[in-house]
Design a protein around this ligand. Sequence first.
Ligand code: CDV
Length: 308
Amino acid sequence: MTQLVVGGAQMGAIQRADSRKAVIARMIALMEEAASRGVEMLVYPELALTTFFPRWYMEDAAEVDAWFEREMPGPQTAPLFEKARELGIAMTFGYAELTPEGRHFNTSILTNRKGEIVGKYRKIHLPGHVEYDTERAFQHLEKRYFEPGDLGFPVWRNEGVVMGMAICNDRRWPETFRCLGLQGVELVTIGYNTPSVNSQMSAEGLKERLFHSELSLQAGAYQNATYVAGIAKAGVEDGHPLMGGSIIVDPNGFVIARAETEEDELIVAPCDFSACAFGKSTIFDFARHRRIEHYGRITSQAGMVVEV
Ligand code: CDV
């Protein structure tokens, strides 16, 4: 049965003025530390190469496109792939993707231990809004800068493990995990950028936000009998705080590694993927226990309808 040492490369703040080169140097430093601790699969956050730019309202298309990558690997990201190949570490990280057709996605890629890209996921649940919102304490313009992902929720057998990706807000939706669970996923990787306070309700602060993140990641792991790595970009970016709280969760829903800071910080957990089999063949044996004849609303209806 497959075992892999999984690492979470939480990243601290990236300021708007920070160069890609400086960020990639930090990612490489985390990868070198990961190698020294035996990590074989390393998970970086959502939009790992830049500041969380959807907080900034922009009208100029060229200014927006400067935050996007046109190729992967490209000239600036190639050293990260070279280091991963040299160290034999599989990895996943998020970035803003601009396709040759001019489409914009919030994307993650997955590589094997040879530094080859084996999978791509484009974020499906995009939070926020399209236009400047005067009612919010700060902006969250993902709906302005990205279109919803068009690749579904695929999985790949990578280094002997069935892996799937999700991105940030996806973790709050049980549908994300179940779509992956139905394909036998054994490791779900989820990078995130979560502001430490709710822009529409100041009473929801760091404590509540950390709780909701853990609740979602632990439930997704347990209910689908899979390991989950939820990895933050944290810290104060140009005055805007992002929470940390990166965790790795086992298939019973228990946290087995946890970040303590809001800085660049590596967390590590040895994972034995044979541990996924028990839940998948007993309480969450989907084939025996799911009752799909009663689940039609989940795909036929998006919003709540109150008829009583
Ligand atoms: N990057 C995100 O998707 N952030 C959202 C915030 C806006 C709530 C999240 O779900 O963490």
